[in-house]
Design a protein around this ligand. Sequence first.
Ligand code: MCA
Ligand code: AMP
Length: 502
Amino acid sequence: MTNLLFDALFAPLAGRGGPLLIRPGAPAVTADAFHALVAQVAHALWASGVVPGDRVAVQVAKSPMALAVYGGAVAAGAVFLPLNTAYTPVEVDYFLGNATPRLLICDPAAQAALAPVAAARGVGLMTLDAEGRGSLADLAAGQPATVDPVPRGSDDLAAILYTSGTTGRSKGAMLSHGNLLSNARVLADLWRFTDRDVLLHALPIFHTHGLFVACNVSLLTGGAMIFLPGFDADRVIEALPQATAMMGVPTFYTRLLDDPRLTRDLVAHMRLFVSGSAPLLAETHVGFEARTGHRILERYGMTETNMNTSNPHDGDRRPGTVGLPLPGVELRIVADGAEAAPGAVGMIEVRGPNVFRGYWQMPDKTAEDLRPDGWFITGDLGTLSADGYVTIVGRAKDLVITGGLNVYPREVEMALDEVPGVLESAVIGLPHPDLGEAVFAVLARRPGADLQPETALAAIRDRLARFKQPRAAVVVDALPRNTMGKVQKAELRRIHAGWFAP
Ligand code: MCA
Ligand code: AMP
């Protein structure tokens, strides 16, 4: 038997001499050397007691070695569980408790804070820093450079990615080898990726976009990646002339447009710009085309489903739409229990080989979102045009997307409500010129309390990842409620709409 993902993504790298991961200021990692790293990591995981099916949690800076841990976990038959580096130890503790991984790999700088958390959960701890050094690397260095991967089929789990929930509790989306590989194949084909492509990779590799959409597609097609630690406009502008394609969240594109160095000449060598994870404003699409001649290709996906729709490579890329359902993916708009007519707004539901296997150890949550016949209820509201284009018009879920990262207000409200002097809170997303939406809190004070916005925000600093923390807050006497007693968030969004205006 074969290991589906390993055979498609990592095995073909063996013996290939060209650069795979290009890093400014550092030697490129060749495909063959990366293959050896993957093999060594797989052996190191086994040597650390990991057995097939074990979860391996990873909270480390982006580096070639960090990507090799993904490959190593796949080869070892483990379930890769990447965590946002912004998560605090309190947040990591929840993931360890829920996913019960065998091992947590963290940055050496976080070791002191995470060691007691891991120990209390009975989870082994190893380290890996941004340069690829640490106890995991030390152990891997002495291991064989080839590996016989553990057999894994289409239904076997390859990864669990946590996604926040409306109730404030994160849910682990279980993604199988078949989910990931089927989606990578469709995208590679649709977006015409080949071994001549050089993908400018400035996204984090702990979420679907940077890990599966970007890396899987590039690895599958035998291309190279310019592997930047994150989005830095100077580095990206330097790298663009060497690249053929880039994938990014809308903030990448607005930041580039803000930079006068973005010109037609700079991107003459590029063949494709892809955007996703958050709505790309039509004005950004239009502005980018006017400046560069490139029409950004917008696509739509979710952690639970990988990618669902994409504007065409060759046909009409329509600003403000997320394009057509991907080949093999069924998509319908449901309103009042029935499929909606073209143009009518309803809940977007999808079904196909891309749709996850459910939430890790949360059958009730799975049953709420995934119908028995395979349709997944996305929580996104949209329309379908007569010629098949999907437009996202809103969200049924109370969710803020800031710089491409999801924040569920409930989680932030739960933290704020515990702050002395706060009676209750409402967290909303407001338009933000850089991040698309920014997190904002309206705090109702307890009668007589002397509550300052800054003190309340400081009180949750160690609890929530920075990107979830409100950028600003106001204190009020009471939250506006409708006759049913429900907080009127739309009214709050209207009142404070201009807060972050440039
Ligand atoms: C960083 N900060 C943020 C964000 N990122 N705050 C809100 N939203 C964010 N997204 C915080 C930092 O901790 C810092 O805090 C302050 O904001 C300033 O950071 P800055 O230097 O401006 O940020 P940056 O490092 O330049 O990052 C911004 C970014 C980055 C480039 C937009 O967040 C990013 O790469 N986002 C992409 C996320 C992503 O991959 N999403 C895909 C999810 P302080 O001031 O206190 O130091 S997958 C998905 O959504 C689905 C499946 C899909 O369809 O793709
Ligand atoms: P995540 O939980 O990180 O997987 O985020 C998935 C959500 O991001 C989706 O349910 C959408 O609400 C949003 N999303 C992803 N791509 C797009 C897009 N191109 N336009 C608008 N929203 C998007």
